[in-house]
Design a protein around this ligand. Structure first.
Ligand code: PHE
Length: 478
């Protein structure tokens, strides 16, 4: 691949970049996934491991990924090819970009399904459905909802079209403006809900569930999930932050942006967790209820609190918007790759990719009803398998390779220029990036690779790498 710096400077200013990156980071991962995986994995100890992963692995990888994006100056595939060329590294580094493009598409395939639940719940909140339901009925209502594949498919389609329409228009005009009021809005609503949670009488129990660690409840699988989630929630390891980084100018401070992203993201997750578990305990619900947790708890609060109709509708509207700003960032690596490397117009690229991703998403739609008993990876259904492969394997793998590139392939001058840390901080950062982060990721991997089902994953990686190799060879020949 020849060297092409293709990304034009996209963001109007640094604040907009931070907002867009926060918009990408804050999403279903914080409000939907974090609470339910915390519930499934027993609470406090899991949260502690997750926080450690954010701090020790997440933030350093985040800074590295943005730096790689800016230095590479293009979509993740081309950007990595550029960097490999510039630093005389193996040209196969472009595979790292490809891993990201694929992971983004796979995540989006179920992301739109879950965001679809959010849209459906927004619609029902506005209609006042939850005002008429008792806490028990809220749970039953959700089960009935999931049992109908056509309804899920409908909402999945709505979100997919919506995502494509925004991305097709270009990230800048639509997203920039929307995000600047959405994120503060979401935060405010969460504060109101936190106030409500305090009135349930179970706030303290919720707090101790989240923050008192009981390590006997922690398994290696949970550690892998925590690490995977740190990647997922910060939107790192797949190239989102790389593309977004490719749109920023040389004078922006990556460190400042990175701190804001990590701070906002973690705060929203913890707030959502506090709110949801207060309601869970107050109503005698099960914290380990799984993916439906958010949808079985919050409507109870909205059905009972003063102004519940208003806040409920607003809350689900914001969930949808938070999801949308993440959805866009999930498809952006692929769209920019199609646009920059294959000469496909953004509009067309967005529709083609959106269509493919929608198709894969049908597997996740069915995972909650007709295919709920069909196992793909080990005991996992389709949705669980895609979630596992992306969050627990592809993203950490991507993050591992990104840290290796910045830590070992970049020279000191490039690193200093891109990351811009003080010499003392740089020493710590490098130490972390060179030893702690990769070794931690590898250990967690190694422990989990022992599981037989990972054989399939290895086969999949090998096939993907081979396909990429052939594709690249064909392009060179043609
Ligand atoms: N960070 C997003 C969330 O928490 C999901 C996401 C992952 C978005 C990776 C982009 C890239 O919902």
């Amino acid at each position: 691949m020849s060297q092409l710096k293709l990304s034009k400077q996209g963001w109007s200013n640094q604040t907009v970049f931070i907002l867009a990156a926060v918009g990408s980071a804050v999403g279903l991962g914080n409000i939907w996934k974090f609470p339910y995986i915390t519930g499934e994995n027993g609470g406090g100890a899991f949260v502690l491991v997750y926080l450690a992963c954010v701090l020790l692995i997440g933030i350093p990888v985040l800074l590295s990924e943005i730096a790689l994006g800016r230095a590479g100056g293009a979509n993740p595939v081309q950007g990595m090819a550029n960097l490999a060329h510039e630093h005389r590294a193996n040209p196969l580094w472009f595979l790292l970009g490809l891993n990201g493009v694929l992971a983004g598409a796979l995540i989006l395939s179920f992301y739109t399904v879950i965001a679809g639940w959010g849209v459906a719940y927004f619609y029902e909140s506005v209609k006042g459905v939850f005002q008429a339901l008792t806490p028990d009925e809220v749970g039953a209502h959700f089960k009935t909802f999931l049992a109908n594949p056509y309804e899920l498919l409908f909402w999945h389609t709505v979100v997919s079209i919506f995502t494509v329409l925004v991305v097709a228009k270009g990230v800048k005009s639509g997203i920039e403006r929307a995000i600047s009021w959405m994120m503060p809005g979401l935060f405010l609503i969460l504060l109101v809900l936190l106030g409500y949670a305090a009135t349930t009488g179970y706030f303290a129990q919720s707090f101790s569930f989240l923050f008192s660690p009981d390590f006997s409840k922690l398994s290696w699988q949970a550690v892998l999930t925590a690490m995977g989630h740190a990647f997922f929630t910060l939107s790192i390891g797949l190239g989102t932050m790389m593309v977004y980084g490719s749109y920023i100018s040389q004078k922006y401070s990556i460190v400042r942006a990175g701190m804001w992203i990590a701070f906002a993201d973690t705060l929203v997750a913890l707030m959502a967790g506090l709110v949801i578990f207060s309601i869970v305990f107050a109503n005698g619900l099960e914290p380990g209820a799984g993916p439906g947790l958010l949808f079985q708890t919050l409507p109870i609060a909205f059905g009972q609190m003063g102004g519940g109709w208003f806040f409920g509708s607003l809350f689900f509207a914001l969930v949808v918007m938070a999801a949308l700003s993440s959805a866009i960032s999930l498809i952006e690596p692929a769209v920019s790759w199609f646009e920059q490397n294959w000469g496909i117009q953004r509009l067309k690229a967005a529709w083609i990719l959106g269509g493919l991703i929608w198709l894969i998403g049908i597997g996740s739609v069915l995972s909650f009803n007709d295919w709920s008993g069909v196992h793909f990876l080990g005991e996992r259904n389709f949705f669980e398998s895609v979630d596992f492969i992306t969050a627990n394997i592809m993203l950490p793998l991507g993050g591992l390779l990104m840290s290796i590139f910045v830590a070992w392939v970049f020279d000191d001058a490039t690193r200093a220029e891109q990351i811009g840390l003080s010499p003392r901080m740089m020493k710590w950062y490098l130490l972390d990036l060179r030893w702690l982060a990769p070794v931690a990721i590898l250990i967690v991997f190694a422990t989990n690779l022992v599981a037989a089902e990972s054989v399939w994953f290895m086969v999949a990686i090998a096939l993907t790498a081979y396909a990429a190799y052939v594709l690249n060879a064909m392009r060179k020949a043609g």
